[in-house]
Design a protein around this ligand. Sequence first.
Ligand code: ACO
Length: 332
Amino acid sequence: MNIPIRIAGLGFQVPETVITNEDLTKIIDTSDEWIKTRTGIEKRHVLSGNETAVEMGIKAAQKALAKAKTDVEKIDYIIAAASLETHAYPSTACEIQAAIGAKNAACFDITAACSGLIYGMGISQGLIKSGMAKNILIVATDAISRCLDWSDRSTCVLFGDGAGAMMLTVSDDEQDDILSVSLKAEGHLGHFITMPTPGKNCPLAAPNDEQKMFVKMEGKEVYKYVVTKLPVYIEECVAKSGLKMNEIDYLVPHQANMRIIEALEKRLEFNSENVISNIKDYANTSAASIPIALVEAIESGKMKLPCSAILTGFGAGMTVGSAVVKLREGIA
Ligand code: ACO
């Protein structure tokens, strides 16, 4: 039996503190012009003081739940996608569970960097279609500002913090909102984007080096990889969906670089009106970037519902994920 899935609610949350490109010129040798021209970014939101990714995730989750009108006690799973958990344990998903009172949910985190939301959708599709779950909350929340070397101008200008959430349920009609999901990984390219985590040897076993926990990226290699491989992977996902590329209303790509988004738009022959981008205001918020772009575009009226869309992300791993979806009215 094919169990249809409903994308029932979406939400997002970003921190209040905003850092402009001009602000960054106070701490690194850069310019608004360089950052805007190479990336499309103008500003980003960052966590401050004791704020955490978990808190952003909770707020995004509560908004998605309110839209979906889901009883929290009916949530079967919470899947959190996070690059830097506030704690390695308890997991981000468990912390969110406790805050929202989803006492019947099983909870776990996934590490797929900026592809996290789509990986979460793929896992959820399997759980719901196999009958193992009826209601799944996916929360993508990333605090990348906490793992940047703020003296490395080649990475620190690119990222911002944020959270997005998606509530999936069994449809109460025949419509399946998730037409296809494709997940890929190319671990042999893992060195393109890395972030070591701290940990010390037993001092009796070996001396300890100084610990550095920063994102490092071979930006040019990532760029070349994405513009070459991502369109092919998106085409595979569209072929699985049963729709043709020109029948899909919107392209909602991961917000990593405006030039990558424009290259995708051209290669997939989308009209710029139908390609969703808000990188200028948020920079790259990692796993949260797709849901933030999606909700903002719906709220602003740029995306008209109901519609069909391709959601597509890529990130450290290298991981890639795409989903062809239908979006109903009232989800955001
Ligand atoms: N301000 C001013 N100059 C800079 C800056 C900066 N912030 N950063 C680098 N430069 C300089 C470099 O030092 C270099 O100077 P040089 O020519 O004197 O050596 C020059 O600008 C060109 O640098 P490149 O790295 O060649 O610049 P490029 O055009 O490749 O743009 C960028 C760099 C924006 C990072 C681009 O490669 C890119 O966007 N790549 C993809 C990144 C991406 O998509 N990442 C996904 C991450 S998702 C995740 O999972 C974490």
